[in-house]
Design a protein around this ligand. Structure first.
Ligand SMILES: [Zn+2]
Length: 212
């Protein structure tokens, strides 16, 4: 099987991480560092230690996912009655109240999306490590999807806290963010960094190798 086109790596071209300027990679020994001719950032043909770093961040995200979902997200007090809600109990609360739309938004943003990001990144990492040649274009699309969704992840925590606060806040009452909110915010940031540290160009390297 032949690849249809030459890759930038085969042509000795390298793209800058910061300004995306494509330049000819100078002939250097291993301990020399190339720099972008336009913005001066360090150039890498492939992000260094991308796989190890992304795995570390994925595992960190997986660990944070547990307290983010098991600990209370909100603690509300109404007339001395204290009630704490986890993300899931918040979802169930809104379903019972007949607010299916709100329940769905919280479920997708806070439970489904972070887990999907962890699963997709793990799948991409394994496929690269096992030098898979399976559907590289679709895998690249999958990566772009997690990257794009990741940019909107910061909304998650606001959705949960603001919506729960708005609806539950009675005439006499008080609502506080529970211990899960800190873990959840960390989870969002860590999954964003994990998506950022994965180098999707690694997906295409396995195809190149066996063609030579
Ligand atoms: Zn540059």
């Amino acid at each position: 099987m032949k690849t249809a086109a030459l890759t930038a790596k085969q042509l000795g071209l390298v793209s800058c991480h910061d300004c995306h300027h494509l330049s000819q990679r100078p002939q250097l020994t291993d301990d020399q560092q190339a720099y972008c001719p336009r913005c001066g950032a360090a150039l890498h043909q492939r992000t260094p230690n991308s796989i190890a770093r992304t795995w570390a961040l994925v595992f960190a995200a997986l660990i944070l996912y547990v307290p983010a979902n098991l600990l209370p997200m909100t603690i509300s007090t109404t007339l001395g009655d204290q009630q704490s809600d986890t993300i899931l109990s918040g979802v169930i609360y809104f379903m019972h109240e007949g607010s299916l739309g709100i329940a769905l938004v919280i479920f997708v943003a806070s439970i489904f999306v972070p887990m999907m990001k962890i699963l997709i990144l793990s799948f991409l990492l394994l496929s690269v490590q096992f030098r898979s040649r399976w559907r590289p274009r679709d895998r690249t699309r999958l990566y772009r999807l997690t990257d794009v969704v990741g940019r909107w992840s910061m909304v998650d925590i606001y959705v949960v806290t603001i919506v729960v606060a708005l609806v539950k806040l009675g005439a006499i009452g008080n609502i506080d963010a529970g211990p899960a909110s800190g873990y959840f915010a960390a989870l969002v940031v860590i999954t964003m960094l994990a998506a950022e540290s994965f180098d999707p160009r690694l997906i295409w390297d396995a195809l190149e190798e066996r063609d030579d």
